[in-house]
Design a protein around this ligand. Structure first.
Ligand code: FMN
Length: 377
């Protein structure tokens, strides 16, 4: 009896852990100077997280001096690709999104070129003053989101309170900061932002669940007779150019049928997210750097196999080194990004033994270095 209860609790805890791991992740990306947009963003987050199926993080496009937002992290453009959905918020400036939001989004050429935001849901909310052209301002976002191929989610007609003047529109929640008569965002504006967050989360969660299921299906079918070329194509993975060696060594050596490769997080000649994890960069940025490092390794491996990755018989071993502070323990979480990518590309042949460790510094200030050993035909 006792054993059954313990087993049931263990199963419940595992399921809860799996559920939380599988939550959709939403970025609430804002620019706010006097705090109006930030206040609306916090309401949106309440709506997004209300049903417990999605988590939201607020980030800003640039640091502000407003003490209200001193703890809000600053986003980097590449990380937009890491989320399942994005809610964009900014002040209305002359019937447009703000200049800071505009210039942040103007940095998204790489995301656009590689279609990294295509098919991701997006929604918009704004803080206005008088309300002049606030609907047009929301639509100024929509142009950019459409070019990225994002799925634009309006707030819809849900419950616009018309008892007092409100900034809300069917396009998205807005707040009329200059209106007399109530503190802004007003209760109606806050309520509308919560509803927008909630209905946005519904869409993001539904698409997230569908794509998680299809990734699982493709992972299963990828182990069944798929070629590496097919898997790369289906996953939309484009291998980078082989990074040039930074010293008197070669990108790989072959000893018998074993290929030895070491790489850091070089991307287009620069280190992606350099520095110490937890101090200079976030864990998410370290994961992006790890992904880039593993891509570099596979690019080198392609050269080692004369362009034919089908010749790979097995990934034998990966060793991941991370630039961490004293006492850091989550190396395995970071390294899973490399291991998962390997298995996605090579199926069962991508499974390997693994070691991970922390270092106080790494070459070129990279946050990660990976050593890999592959067996080829
Ligand atoms: C340069 C500039 C242009 C603005 N243009 C508009 C406008 O066209 N329509 C409007 O309703 N409010 C306009 N405003 C007011 C802001 O949208 C409003 O103060 C907003 O609440 C600020 O958001 P924040 O508190 O998040 O910084 C403008 C403000 C500035 C500084």
């Amino acid at each position: 009896m006792k054993k059954t209860i313990i087993l049931t609790i263990a199963i419940l805890l595992t399921s809860l852990q799996l559920l939380s791991q599988n939550k959709a992740r939403i970025l609430v990306l804002i620019h706010s100077e006097s705090g109006g947009t930030y206040k609306l963003a916090k309401e949106l987050v309440k709506g997004i997280e209300e049903e417990g199926k999605a988590t939201a993080v607020i980030k800003q496009v640039k640091p502000t001096l407003n003490p209200l937002m001193k703890d809000v992290p600053v986003a980097v453009i590449d990380e937009l690709a890491d989320y399942d959905g994005i809610a964009f918020g900014s002040p209305v400036y002359f019937g447009n999104m703000s200049g800071s939001m505009r210039s942040f989004l103007d940095g998204s050429i790489d995301l656009y070129t590689h279609k990294k935001l295509a098919g991701k849901p997006a929604t918009v909310f704004m803080s206005a003053g008088s309300g002049d052209a606030h609907e047009a301002a929301i639509l100024s976002f929509w142009n950019t989101l459409a070019v990225h191929g994002m799925i634009i989610v309006p707030a819809g007609t849900a419950s616009i309170d018309r008892d007092i003047a409100q900034g809300n529109t069917v396009f998205g929640a807005t707040s009329l900061q200059a209106m007399p008569g109530s503190e802004r965002p007003s209760d109606g504006e806050k309520k509308f932002a919560i509803l927008q967050g909630k209905s946005f989360a519904h869409i993001v969660v539904a698409l997230h669940n569908k794509s998680t299921a299809s990734v699982e299906m493709s992972a299963t079918s990828s182990t069944q007779n798929k070629t590496v070329a097919n898997r790369l194509k289906e996953s939309g993975i484009i291998l980078p150019d082989v990074p040039a060696p930074a010293g008197n060594y070669t990108p790989f050596t072959r000893s018998g049928n074993l290929i030895y490769i070491n790489q850091v997080a070089l991307k287009e000649g620069k280190i992606l997210y350099p520095g110490t994890i937890g101090k200079d960069i976030t864990e998410q940025q370290a994961k992006d750097a790890t992904y880039q490092t593993m891509l570099n390794i596979i690019a080198v491996l392609k050269e080692a196999t004369n362009g034919d990755l089908e010749k790979v018989k097995q990934c034998v071993q990966l060793t991941g080194m991370f630039n961490t502070e004293q006492g850091y323990t989550k190396h395995a979480d970071l390294m899973n990004v490399a291991s998962d990518l390997n298995v996605l590309i090579f199926g069962d042949k991508g499974k390997h033994t693994r070691a991970t460790l922390g270092a106080s510094s790494l070459p070129l200030n990279s946050s990660v270095e990976i050593q890999a050993v592959f067996e080829i035909e």
